[in-house]
Design a protein around this ligand. Sequence first.
Ligand code: NAD
Length: 491
Amino acid sequence: MISPSKAQIKPGKLLINGKWQDSVRGGALPTVNPATAAVLTMVAEAASDDVDLAVKAARRAFEGGDWKKMHGSDRAKVLWRCAELIDKHSQELAELESLDSGRPIHESSRLDVPMAADCFRYFSGWATNIQGESLPVKGNCLNYTIREPLGVVGIIVPWNLPLMLGSWKVAPALAAGNTVILKPAEQTPLSALRLGEILMEAGLPEGVLNIVPGLGPVTGEALVSHPNVDKIAFTGSQKTGQEVMRTASRNLKRIALQLGGKSPNIVFADADIDAAVRAAVEGIFVDSGQLCTAASRLLLEDSIHDQFVEKLLARTKELRPGDPLDPATRLGPLVSELQLAKVLGYVASGKNDGAKLAIGGDRATVLGLEKGFFVQPTVFTDVRQDMKIAREEIGGPVLSVVRFKEADEAVKIANSLLYGLSAGVWSRDIRKVHRVARELQAGSVWINTYNVFDPASPFGGFKMSGFGRDLGRECLAQYTLVKSVWVDLTV
Ligand code: NAD
């Protein structure tokens, strides 16, 4: 196994009011390296009294006004410095992310870390541009709007891409002048804690960012139910999203939910087949199929089905699970033993339901990492719409291939689930791709490409993939309140 060159693994603490501390009751949770199943370190677990302390600190920091009343250009400086520090520590952050989540360093160093830095840079620009409008109302009145920060924002993120997804919410929330409590997932807290250190070094005032690792039903629930938290920005599973919505309804807390997906990737016969094959393989196997946007349903036009599957399998065969810290590795382990069991359960259900297992289907063994949570890249063909593997989010490297005869049928299949996060369309016919893009019920549609993100472009779901948006101008409205001010000009 390759040893990290930069990442420092130390016991994790809570960040409350600018101080790193243990939890009041002394609770701590292990965080595990998915490639070895060994405990990396212990991380303090925030119980409800710690969450309460974090909320009080965030509330004081908000009401005290240092951050929200600071000129946008000064907030921008802190966010920009944070981006520079992320760049400076990029190798260390990438290694930390790969050790804690199993994501290959090839991805964490090329995508997650640069994207996190870009996200802070992008929203530092917005800190001076959040503004109201003057509106053309009837009568002799002046009416204008002010956009104010919301207050205390609770941010809950999942185990996949924790640094990047955390940045997608922390950066805009801070740019808008809010104070934040971040709860990373229990499986992958380390990069969020390091981001906290970086933001403090960048000059964030005490209490503006607090970090409370811990279990969902304990720490997450305490944050969502806390009456002094104004908003919850959540990314995670549909089931937890529903739970968050129920809990938040008790005090009508604002929420934004970014949930799971079962994304269709539609390939028409007139597509650039080799490019589509490359993207279909990457689209499902990147991050071992655990991305929320994983292209887990491959819809192939009948006439190219066999030729496409042959090329797809040839490329899939080349993918070998390996050490996430090895720059040559393209397929890492799943995040946890639980996820491994869940994914193998779906493989068994695909076999039972009569889908044809074309490749993979088992736990994979990697030399020197025999205890790691690796799964072989797996492809099922002859998948019917009624099968579980065609309908449910698997969260692993398992692709379901489905045939279609014409565009309308492809759209119908694509839209047939309650998910609506993302979709891919492959064709050289410019009219067809735009028509299909309009008809797809998905928050992101990629045409002749897949899994492209930029801080300027909004990201989020339709239907039960959630509501609210991360990134772009779009997300800022969710971290501000709009106030309408009227002035009678005759008095
Ligand atoms: P999860 O829902 O189990 O957990 C997400 C977070 O919620 C974790 O921090 C967890 O501790 C917390 N949590 C759990 N129960 C809670 C509760 N009762 N109250 C408050 N918080 C609670 O999801 P996961 O397994 O960590 O992540 C995988 C899921 O996330 C997949 O469905 C994936 O598609 C989705 N996801 C969505 C996006 C997106 O942007 N749409 C991005 C990444 C992942």
